[in-house]
Design a protein around this ligand. Sequence first.
Ligand code: HPA
Ligand code: ZN
Length: 333
Amino acid sequence: MIDPRALPKAELHVHIEGTFEPAQIFQFAQRNNVQLAYPNVAALEQAYKFTDLQSFLDLYYAALAAIRTERDFEELTIAYLQRAQAQGVRHAEIFFDPQAHLERGLSFETVMNGLWAALRRSRSEFGITTALIMCFLRDQPETSAMETLELAIPHRDKIIGVGLDSAELGNPPSKFQRVFDRARAAGFLTVAHAGEEGPSEYVWEALNLLKVSRVDHGVRSMEDPKLVTHLAQMQIPLTVCPLSNVRLRVVDRMQDHPLKRMMDAGLRCTVNSDDPAYFGGYVADNYSAVHEALELTDDDLVQLARNSFTSSFIDDDTKQLYMAEIDGLVAAI
Ligand code: HPA
Ligand code: ZN
């Protein structure tokens, strides 16, 4: 059996704010003089019992109170890169949520400078190439997203694309059609969370109205046979996050996860960690979890790793280098 950590892979769906580990939350809170609602790490971890997406988001946003400075963003990102390296990540496309920081009085520059201080060292120090994707909070108004996009345009050289996250139900992609039109005109690629808790109709909207290059999650696409056919024909990548889906009750048990059925239907699936500090594992742990629960073969795992690179936004030469690394590993077993 292949050790999933040894498999070179790209991670295409990870929220940097979702890599904020409990110990680091307390460390930052202490040095920034921020009072948390929990007395210690154990009490905080006790609260990580989610019933749905919103119950998780409430904690995820609350923890961000501990982040105040450029140094915080830099250290948060370095800690993720260290863990990602140990998980066999060679390329990471990282989401960030500027609105969640702007509303706390931080500047866009504090966020960007901190993230960038870490990412510019990533290739040389961790052997990981990176890209940044800025997400709009879909439960905030369109006007807020548009203002955030304007702040990002001067940083277009450091931000490859825009996405859509936070509370999905009642906040369809159509709400952000004008924002995404403007983002594409400014040169950003587009992705969107769709079909996690929301219906398959939101996946259609993400494709047709937001012109996304990838769908984040997309697991509920399986409820719509016409959509499955379309996604398979167009080979639209889906960034599936199995541990997240179990912890947020999108599926009851890992054994019920649709990943294998999605692969069998010809969908271009990738496996990712989403918010690994909250959901019990980083990206290779997600590979291991589906390997065990869904009886995936080594070939399936290799296919998922190949899909992660073919679905990424890296240039073709770098893609070929990473695919050759996988070939090398496969040849050695
Ligand atoms: N879904 C939607 N929004 C999010 C998530 C998620 O899993 N993680 C962080 N923001
Ligand atoms: Zn996500």
